[in-house]
Design a protein around this ligand. Structure first.
Ligand code: GLN
Ligand code: ZN
Length: 774
């Protein structure tokens, strides 16, 4: 029996939510930053949270708990520290005090900018980008990994240390400031591998039987050279003798061409994702002849969505896998970091719906149940299977997930519903006649500063300190101020300022039938910032107009056009937990139809300009190129479906918060929006040239004001950017606007910046009028 436990199926997880049930970690870290919490007390809170997590995992039946996945800020930053790759500008701070230096890298100081932050693959988690260069010297710093391993061992656990793998680390890195932009961090591999070897040896000495090296980069399309590098990495680490057994974890998609590389490598374990597009791993694994003699960690429970697993389906997958590896363990597809902690905390949810939800704790139980079923037979988990079947059946039969009216309407939607009735040139003429705007019209992206007063009013409303009427009055007062300000500043197309919106997705989710809100469903976005994504659980319909009253209120205050302002279907899905019981394109279509009604209601209320924001369009792009056309199909179709119900003279705007369109350029065109605003100030209008180069035929508002910092651009700067923009886009199709919404800015800098923006537009208009060809 003693030996069989190492080959019979066990349950494990790659990582776990960090902050604790009462958001203890966030409070402790922010308290430390504010000087209210000592370092000692912060460390004690962190250790307490790790202890609770390990205990919970062990009690649920996890034999080998992860250690080192915990983080005070970010696991990629932790890897940077473990590898000694501290950027030069932060070295003194880190040497003076490792904790303060760590937070300095994450958040910056007066003297030194923080590391850049970017999205962790296609999740909504953000990591700190390693900065490397030809001079980078790595040095092993095992303190955190070894420390947390020892902690777990001292508490009586078998722990598996978790560390970002060398290939993913290098592929996520970027050239350090001052290093040539074409520097390839992968060229540092020879320097990096000995440091990994040292860390592995330290972990072994501290008692680790296994180590988990996370290599999510292996699920992206990789060049042959990169695959060869992967082979080399795991050959060189594999042949080391003084090391724990190596488990290479891949997740977020299928391993594809990396699978045979891992199968052949002299490592002991491979983790594969069998959910979503990762399901292809099953056939791929069979076709490479499996992983004989190796441990396969099978991610059959979706680690990044919140629905209960189909246990019988997972058991069937696992049964097939049993024949394909030396040992099969059961896990979530990725770290549980991406889901909230505990669905049973959601006491306000209808219990009929709550039983469909599985957060980290429930997923842990699903995983241990599956492992038990695999070990002891389905008979041993009969009660769990029956409860699971009942939960799935209740979801399938629910009126929430099946609204006949919504379904009938979606089914009756025809291809022409997702096309404007008139081609762009005809629309442009009609819109010009109706709007009568000057050349280079000025506008903003939608939100104005979310002041403390606005936030306080919202908090007061939630806490019952003010009633809804008082709240609405305060928001209306803000709209009056924002409209009056814009008129005075001389902007041409106005906005109401979005004071009533807590969040651009949540605001709509709260008003759509089919969406649910959680009370405690916090998920880490970055550092101590956590979000509570809405849950798109059922068929989507719109019981009432959502924005029309606000639009009307604002438009009645001014003769200038006010933009209707909506969040698009792709973004509504991207920043929510989305039902997984139907194709995502079907869900997108339902959201699009609800938004379409809002768009036509805005038009009927008099809106001549309606903006539908899609900042998430690019970030939701599937990791594998082969999956992108399918995604872009439903994404662009649902945008058009929501915006195509309007007359020719109603102008549809869209907005995106980035400048690198690259492979989505064609999709941008397919949106068929009359006007697109986008980020361009920091990239010096490069995007305007790219759009022009791709033959983009419609109107464009490349941002001339970088809203990411409080810095006020001068009129001359904005003029220079506009002239650059004119080098690409003809004056008749160029708009003047900031890069993005102003909600994170303060009023003083907003006022100054917008005044400069208007002055710049006026100056360039004058230049055009004066020029002989203008
Ligand atoms: N209309 C939104 C705003 O101005 C757009 C925000 C965004 O694109 N992220 O705030
Ligand atoms: Zn934006």
């Amino acid at each position: 029996m003693a030996t069989s436990s190492t080959t019979t199926p066990q349950a494990t997880v790659y990582g776990y939510p960090r902050q604790g049930a009462g958001r203890e970690l966030k409070k402790a870290i922010e308290g430390y930053w504010a000087g209210r919490v000592t370092a000692e007390s912060l460390h004690a809170t962190a250790a307490g949270l790790r202890r609770d997590t390990w205990r919970r995992l062990a009690d649920a039946g996890i034999r080998e708990v992860p250690a080192g996945d915990f983080s005070l800020y970010d696991h990629v930053l932790d890897a940077t520290v473990a590898l000694g790759a501290i950027p030069a500008r932060h070295r003194a701070a880190v040497e003076a005090d490792p904790l303060d230096g760590y937070f300095a890298m994450a958040r910056g100081t007066q003297e030194a900018a923080p590391l850049e932050m970017t999205k962790w693959f296609d999740t909504n988690y953000h990591y700190l980008v390693p900065e490397l260069g030809p001079d980078t010297v790595f040095a092993a710093n095992p303190a955190k990994l070894v420390g947390e391993l020892r902690e777990a061992v001292a508490l009586g656990h078998t722990a598996r240390p978790v560390l970002l793998g060398p290939l993913t680390y290098l592929l996520l890195a970027k050239p350090a400031p001052g290093v040539a932009a074409d520097f390839q961090p992968v060229t540092l591999l020879d320097r990096l591998l000995p440091v990994y070897a040292e860390l592995l040896s330290d972990l072994r000495a501290a008692g680790a039987e296994w180590v988990q090296l996370d290599e999510p980069a292996l699920v992206q399309d990789r060049t042959q050279a990169e695959l060869n590098t992967a082979a080399r990495v795991y050959r060189e680490l594999g042949v080391l003798t003084d090391r724990p057994k190596i488990l290479v974890a891949t997740y977020f998609d299928r391993a594809g061409e990396a699978l045979p590389v891992l199968a052949k490598a002299p490592i002991e374990g491979v983790g594969l994702d069998f959910t979503g597009p990762g399901a292809a791993n099953l056939a791929d694994l069979a076709s490479v002849g499996g992983l004989p003699g190796k441990r396969l960690v099978a991610g059959v429970v979706d680690g990044r969505n919140i629905w209960i697993n189909d246990l019988e389906k997972s058991l069937a997958t696992l049964a097939t896998l049993l024949g394909l590896a030396g040992r099969v363990d059961v896990a979530a597809s990725c770290s549980l970091l991406h889901v909230p902690l505990d669905a049973t905390a959601e006491r306000d949810l209808d219990p009929q719906v709550a039983r469909w939800l599985a957060f980290a704790r429930q997923k842990t139980t699903e995983i241990t149940t599956l492992a038990r079923g695999l070990r002891e037979g389905t008979f041993a988990i009969g009660a769990e299977l029956a409860a699971n079947r009942a939960g799935l059946a209740s979801r399938a039969a629910s009126a929430l997930t099946h609204d006949p009216a919504v379904r009938a309407r979606a089914a009756a939607t025809a291809a022409e519903d997702a096309r404007r009735a008139q081609a762009y040139p005809e629309r442009a003429v009609a819109q010009r006649a109706r709007l009568d705007l000057p050349l280079l019209p000025t506008t903003t992206i939608g939100s104005f500063p979310q002041t403390t007063e606005l936030r306080t009013a919202r908090a007061d409303l939630r806490a019952g300190r003010i009633d809804d009427g008082t709240y609405q009055d305060r928001m209306r007062a803000e709209v009056r101020e924002v409209i009056a300000y814009q008129e005075k500043a001389g902007l041409d197309v106005l906005v109401h300022g979005e004071p009533e919106r807590n969040d651009m997705v949540q605001y709509f989710a709260e008003q759509l039938t089919g969406y649910l809100a959680t009370q405690h469903g916090w998920v880490q976005s970055y550092g101590t910032r956590y979000v509570r994504p809405p849950v798109l659980a059922g068929d989507i319909s719109r019981p009432h107009p959502m924005t029309v009253d606000w639009y009307r209120y604002a438009q009645d205050l001014t003769d200038r056009p006010v933009k209707g302002m909506l969040t698009g279907p792709v973004t509504m899905l991207a920043w929510s937990f989305v039902r997984d019981d139907q194709p995502i394109g079907d869900t997108a279509r339902q959201v699009a139809l609800a938004l379409r009604d809002e768009v036509t209601d805005l038009e009927a209320a008099g809106a001549a300009v309606i903006q539908v924001d899609e900042p998430a369009l690019r970030e939701t792009l599937p990791l594998r190129a082969a999956d992108r056309p399918g995604y872009l199909d439903w994404a662009t179709e649902s945008f058009r479906l929501s915006t195509s119900g309007v007359r020719a003279d109603t102008q549809i705007h869209t907005h995106m918060c980035y400048a690198e369109f690259g492979e989505i350029m064609v999709a941008i065109d397919e949106l068929d929006a009359d006007v697109i605003s986008l980020e361009a100030a920091r990239s010096h209008m490069q995007v305007a040239h790219e759009l022009a180069g791709a033959g983009y035929p419609r109107e464009v508002g490349p941002g001339v004001y970088d809203i990411h910092s409080p810095r006020v651009p001068s009129t001359a700067e904005a003029v220079a950017l506009l002239r650059k923009g004119l080098g690409a886009i003809p004056a008749g199709r160029l708009w003047v606007n900031p890069d993005c919404g102003l909600k994170t800015r303060g009023w003083p800098e907003t006022r100054n910046s917008l005044e400069h923006l208007v002055a710049a537009a006026r100056q360039v208009r004058q230049e055009l009028a004066d020029s002989p060809t203008g």
